[in-house]
Design a protein around this ligand. Structure first.
Ligand code: NAG
Ligand code: NAG
Ligand code: NAG
Ligand code: NAG
Length: 470
């Protein structure tokens, strides 16, 4: 009868331990985290220790998960008896596995895997089984170094396995100290909250340190010192101020993105503009001139244009140039140039008083078929003595510029002379741009004459191009 009572009492006591040590573990001392996102609800230990034959529980306290799975050394629960005696405690929503009497075979790595619909968290606990109480304390958990903002609440935790089945007393406890810079340990004031916890009937014990609303002078080193009769162990944890610099939003950030965008847009606009100018610039200039420049009609002159040419070029002067210009509304007159270049200025100077512009065709024929730079220089020099603003030279063949052309006594070359005068190069391939360049130099014409109605009267089937002596 007495034996039965004793065994009943033992069972009852076992239940008490069971109830206090395991059932409530995950509901006590949880983090103060709002919301229901999946996360661990308290510190999860990396190392756990047990004594052969004694009760042992392992915990992955969490919330927000859809499922928890347990693995031992990579093998999913349920386990063969020779792998582990641990069983899931479903009343605790599978956060806990336990056994009443642990064996050396139960040693190993236990992993819990939490899942919600999108994310998976896993945590591994290394369980070590002693066959007798170890001499040294075994650390099961100590907080990592932390950073916190001023005003934030901070919680540190440390815990160790002592193995003694006994309620901790003065000689078996964990205490937090502040460690000064010179190494002195000072006791923490009442503002700091130290909360002692025990598990599994006092085999494992530790202390939470809660620092409410961290102040500047709270930053520094904290030491957790854990003692049991005859031995002690300690760990230091550094609490640093979390800098707000990273979260500081510059009210006037350098607008790099906007500037790059702006530059690109400006470059695009400029490019477009340049392309348009290249394409339509001449036509635009001619249009603007005809539209807005002062007309010269009432200056008492009889003709807009006089075309001067060598006799050999008469066909293209009279057959192409004059008709085209007349088609564009210009009143034209013509004059043949003599073979003697030196006479030109006298020949033309009289005409220039009755004509608004003088167009001189420069071709090999005008320089006696000797298309060399000295002859052309001389010809242009002659023409230059006329009113430069009114003179237009049309070169039917490309002027013979050369890089190493020697300068004359006044430092002038054919190229520089040509640049200073109105010399328009006939270009075989782009008729229209030639006509536009020519028209740009002619007096403005307000009225618009369609070219198709007055086509140039070519006297032969040969085009202007073929008339040019190549
Ligand atoms: C899963 O948990 C993560 C946080 O651990 C959370 O961000 C996420 O929204 C959760 N997904 C669902 C579907 O609940
Ligand atoms: C707990 O584990 C059991 C057995 O593995 C499983 O059937 C059950 O769905 C689990 N419950 C949760 C909430 O994960
Ligand atoms: C448990 O994991 C640790 C570290 O990952 C490893 O060193 C150890 O061998 C593992 N133990 C077993 C029994 O697999
Ligand atoms: C360490 O510094 C504190 C104050 O800063 C002082 O009270 C204490 O005496 C110092 N301890 C030693 C060993 O220098």
């Amino acid at each position: 009868m007495a034996g039965k009572t004793i065994s009943l009492f033992v069972v009852y006591a076992g239940f008490l331990v069971f109830a206090n040590g395991m059932e409530e573990h995950c509901s006590l001392n949880t983090f103060d985290i709002a919301g229901n996102d999946m996360h661990f609800t308290k510190e999860v230990t990396n190392e756990e220790f047990a004594l052969v034959g004694k009760f042992k529980g392992l915990h992955c306290c969490a919330k927000g998960y859809r499922s928890i799975e347990w693995y031992k050394d990579g093998k999913i629960y349920p386990w063969e008896l020779d792998l582990s005696r641990m069983i899931i405690y479903p009343e605790n929503a599978n956060q806990t596995i336990y056994t009443y009497a642990i064996r050396p075979d139960d040693e190993g790595n236990y992993t819990c895997v939490l899942r919600n619909d999108t994310v998976m968290h896993s945590h591994t606990i290394n369980l070590k089984v002693f066959d007798q109480i170890p001499d040294q304390l075994q650390m099961t958990y100590v907080s990592q170094n932390k950073q916190a903002y001023v005003g934030e609440n901070v919680r540190l935790f440390c815990e160790a396995f002592a193995g003694v089945v006994d309620l901790p007393d003065q000689n078996s406890e964990a205490i937090w100290y502040k460690k000064l810079e010179n190494g002195t340990l000072v006791e923490l004031s009442d503002r700091f909250n130290q909360k002692k916890v025990i598990r599994e009937d006092g085999q494992t014990y530790g202390t939470y340190l809660v620092i409410p609303k961290v102040r500047k002078d709270d930053y520094g080193v904290y030491r957790c010192q854990i003692e049991k009769p005859g031995t002690s162990i300690f760990r230091d944890v550094v609490l640093d101020e979390k800098s707000r610099v990273l979260n500081y939003i510059n009210p006037n950030p350098f607008p790099l993105k906007e500037m790059v965008l702006c530059s690109i847009i400006i470059v695009l606009i400029l490019t477009t503009f340049i392309v348009l100018i290249n394409q339509y610039g001449l036509a635009f200039q001619v249009y603007m001139k005809d539209r807005f420049s002062t007309v010269e009609d009432n200056d008492g002159k009889t003709h807009d244009v006089m075309v001067a040419y060598a006799p050999k070029d008469s066909e293209l002067a009279l057959g192409v140039l004059v008709p085209t210009l007349e088609g564009r509304g210009y009143r034209c007159t013509t004059r043949e140039l003599s073979a003697d270049i030196t006479n030109w200025s006298t020949e033309l100077s009289g005409q220039i008083h009755v004509c608004r512009r003088v167009i001189t065709l420069i071709s090999p024929a005008t320089v006696n078929d000797s298309w060399i730079s000295s002859n052309l220089y001389q010809a242009l020099k002659q023409l230059q003595t006329l009113d430069a603003a009114k003179l237009i030279c049309v070169a039917l063949k490309e002027l013979p510029f050369s890089q190493n052309e020697s300068k004359n006594s006044v430092g002038e070359t054919l190229a520089s002379l040509a640049r200073s005068m109105n010399v328009i190069q006939w270009q075989r391939s782009s008729d229209e741009s030639f006509w536009l360049r020519l028209c740009r130099e002619l007096p403005p014409k307000r009225y618009c004459v369609t070219q198709s109605s007055q086509r140039p009267r070519l006297t032969s089937e040969r085009s202007f191009d073929s008339l040019v002596v190549a």
